[in-house]
Design a protein around this ligand. Structure first.
Ligand SMILES: [Mg+2]
Length: 167
């Protein structure tokens, strides 16, 4: 169970406290792409996400994108970002985490993993002894929001339609 428990849980990457990470001596960030930085079916990062990734580098963090997705997906997503990146990472296996730390010149004591999935990002990071940060998947957030809006729409329609019929 411990291997499936993140060290930190935040709503989204934007809710991360960078100062707190610095206090923990975190220097390298391994970041998942799909549903962590962007919905799985969106090709590019939003302006807000781009700025956030840029701010990480400005704050002195090393960043490496580590995704289980294909080379095509990762290269395209990274086109405008130019970050270090690993595709087909096979998380939760340890290989890609090790490679990412080599690329960032960090180690297990000063590297964190940020991702939306317990069985890939958190499990993999915990197995390596890294600091693990879980975020709520972007897709499901959109899903819940859509569901919520649809429910409201239904209520509104129910309220409006009988009146019209009564006209
Ligand atoms: Mg993901």
């Amino acid at each position: 169970m411990k291997l499936l428990t993140p060290d930190l849980f935040v709503e989204s990457v934007f809710h991360l406290n960078l100062e707190q990470l610095k206090k923990r001596n975190i220097k390298g960030l391994i970041i998942d792409i799909d549903n962590t930085l962007v919905a799985w079916d969106i090709k590019y990062a939003s302006e807000e996400t781009k700025q956030w990734l840029l701010s990480l580098q400005k704050e002195g963090f090393q960043v490496c994108l580590v995704s289980n997705n294909t080379e095509d997906r990762v290269v395209k997503f990274n086109e405008a970002l130019n970050l270090q990146a690993i595709h087909r990472a096979v998380k939760p296996r340890r290989g890609a985490f090790k490679r990412a730390m080599e690329m960032m010149k960090t180690n297990v004591n000063n590297t964190a993993v940020i991702g939306d999935q317990i069985f890939t990002d958190v499990l993999g990071g915990n197995r390596m002894g890294l600091y693990t940060i879980l975020v709520i998947p972007i897709e499901s957030k959109e899903f819940w929001w859509t569901e919520f809006v649809r429910k409201i729409e239904k209520h509104v329609l129910k309220a409006v339609v009988p009146e019209r019929q009564g006209d």
